[in-house]
Design a protein around this ligand. Structure first.
Ligand code: URA
Length: 238
């Protein structure tokens, strides 16, 4: 349990500088339980605190853990250059509290993307030592053959990678679609593995991380949700 003054609470949640938050409060734009609080120095217990800014209700969160159903044509890089960044799909205060993508998806890859402002969580989830399987569905230019599946399971050699890289599992879904599960997160890995096996990836979607399934989150394309403790527990290595 910890107590913070209202201006610090708003600042920690990404609503702006402490000065800006104090002004918001003094202007009567911040309320607790339907009552505007105009004194920014009043301290509140942060645990489970609900407050409204411009009438929109928020719950205090020390950190946020978010799942986004990423659409195509959004970049994960911090300084997006050719396409808008994925942070533009979230409320603007999230960028101010330093929410970042956990790992990266290519601009044209769709599906499950985790985002957070918890540094150790981001680091752990992105570490090559953290063997969390990630499930992708790839649409291929050439038909999916038993030989292609066998090659991806046996491992393919990628330029600039010392050994060969293999899928944890791989199966044909349709004539031009396969499901591939990877534990590493090398640059363009699925696309490069398909190219090394003499096929070509024309579309890529991440459907699952660990045991967390995008389908079960019920997110429309471009929509996001907070992840609770039970959902975060699904992100552990298998
Ligand atoms: N593999 C790729 O090639 N691209 C991605 O975005 C993710 C995995």
């Amino acid at each position: 349990m910890s107590k913070l003054t209202l201006d610090r609470i708003l600042q920690s949640q990404g609503f702006g500088t402490r000065k800006w938050c104090s002004e918001l409060i003094a202007d009567g734009e911040v309320s607790l339980g339907d009552k505007a609080v105009r004194d920014s120095r009043i301290a509140f217990e942060t645990d489970g605190l609900e407050f409204a800014v411009y009438g929109e209700v928020w719950t205090y969160r020390e950190h946020v853990y978010i799942a986004l159903n990423k659409p195509a044509n959004f970049e994960c890089s911090r300084k997006a250059s050719h396409h808008p960044g994925v942070l533009t799909l979230l409320p603007e205060q999230f960028a101010r509290r330093d929410v970042q993508p956990v790992g990266r998806l290519d601009h044209d890859t769709t599906g499950l993307l985790l985002m957070s402002d918890d540094g150790p969580f981001i680091h752990k989830q992105s570490s090559p030592k953290h063997h969390v399987p990630k499930v992708y569905v790839a649409t291929t230019q050439e038909p999916v053959t038993p030989e292609l599946v066998a090659q991806l399971l046996a491992g393919v050699k990628l330029h600039d990678e010392p050994g060969s890289l293999a899928a944890v599992t791989c199966r044909k879904v349709d004539i031009h679609q396969l499901e591939i599960v990877l534990e590493q997160g090398k640059y363009h890995q699925v696309k490069r593995m398909l190219a090394a096996a003499e096929n070509h990836c024309v579309a890529l979607r991440r459907t699952q991380i660990g045991l967390l399934k995008l389908d079960e989150l019920g997110l429309a394309e471009g929509a996001w949700c907070y992840l609770d403790a039970a959902q975060l527990a699904l992100l552990k290595p298998g």
